[in-house]
Design a protein around this ligand. Sequence first.
Ligand code: THU
Length: 130
Amino acid sequence: MTDQELIQRAIAARLNAYAPYSNFQVGAALLGKDGRVFTGCNVENLSYGLTICAERNAICAAVAAGVRKFAAIAIVADTREPISPCGACRQVMAEFGDFKIVCATLDETTFESTVAALLPRAKTGILDKA
Ligand code: THU
C-alpha cells in the first residue's frame, strides 16, 4: 500500500466524521504491518472534552481487531497546511511503537514524520523505578 493509497483511505474515512461543534472533519487510515488498514474519523461530543480524534479511533479499531504493529498512519483534513496530530494522539500512537506519520491536505500536500520524531522521550523513565 502506497502513501497515496493510505491517504485516499483517510479521505474516505473523513466523510464519516461527526463534527457538529467544530465543523472540522478529520480522517485517519492506519496501516498494520500485516497489510490491513483501519480507519477512523473524529467523533465529537457536546461535552467537548469527550471528543475522540480520528487517529485514536483508527488505533482503537486496529487494537480491537487484534492488530498492534503499525507501519504508517495517514491523517487528512481540509486545511491549507497538512494537519498535526494532537498531543494526546501522539501519546497513544507512541504506546504502539514507532511508525511513519503522513499528514495531508485534501489536495495531497503532505508532511511526513514519525511517532518518535513528533513525541521524543515518550516512554523514557516511566514505571522504571530506581
Ligand atoms: N482532530 C482530530 O480528529 N485529529 C487531529 O489530528 C486534530 C484534531 C479533531 C478533534 C476535533 O473534533 C476537531 O478536530 C477540532 O479540533
